[in-house]
Write a protein that binds this ligand. Sequence first.
Ligand SMILES: Nc1ncnc2c1ncn2[C@@H]1O[C@H](COP(=O)(O)OP(=O)(O)OP(=O)(O)O)[C@@H](O)[C@H]1O
Ligand SMILES: [Mg+2]
Length: 233
Amino acid sequence: MSEILKMTNISKIFETEELETHALKEINLVISKGDYVSISGPSGCGKSTLLSIIGLLDMATDGEYLFEGISATELTLDEAADVRNAKIGFIFQSFNLIDELTVFDNVALPLRYHSEQLTNKAIKARVIECLDQVGLSHRITHKPNQLSGGQQQRVAIARALVAKPAILLVDEPTGNLDSKAGDQVMELLNSLNRAGTTICMVTHDPRYADMATSKIQLLDGTILQAPSAKIIR
Ligand SMILES: Nc1ncnc2c1ncn2[C@@H]1O[C@H](COP(=O)(O)OP(=O)(O)OP(=O)(O)O)[C@@H](O)[C@H]1O
Ligand SMILES: [Mg+2]
């Protein structure tokens, strides 16, 4: 399987005036195409920090991070943003949709912003394809506040998929949802993975963590348990 990213001895220290926090300590991690990785652990153990570094939203203090063979430390901020926009889809607990835009325009946004070469017709086809994947192509003219929480998260998933990223990074996707809507979002992520999408997901829910094929347990910035052997599904 081809490698998407590789971390070697990644550490992250946050420095404030009085305090130094060692949020990550010597993390080693490889994620390959098609993987479904879950990251769990207690509050403050470094899960979101790890996801931010994986997603090139933040830089490690120490260690080596290769994304598709490119060293993160050698990227300028603009180059990191370009890689992020082209290659990484983000899904957060708070759906981060734009209230003033329709479902269609929310999902189209990454394509309009980054792929000026796409025609309106091509954008429309791709947006509808992604909304179909999440079961919401009948809601394209709705605004986010006219949708349920679960539907809003599915729109956010369609937006994360629209630019065909190499990996989806997901932080507590069900945190703002009731258990039924949460289960539906997780079923959707599972089916996307079965169709080939690579996923790295932070979750505190052991039921959801167990759905992944590699499980990472973080404690105080350190990986407790190496990714388990791949489960064949
Ligand atoms: N920008 C920052 N400046 C200073 N310290 C930070 C910063 N971001 C995170 N930290 C610290 O780093 C540690 C890890 O934080 P992180 O947000 O990664 O935890 P988490 O595992 O995602 O927690 P939760 O489950 O509550 O979301 C915490 O001690 C936190 O206080
Ligand atoms: Mg967090």
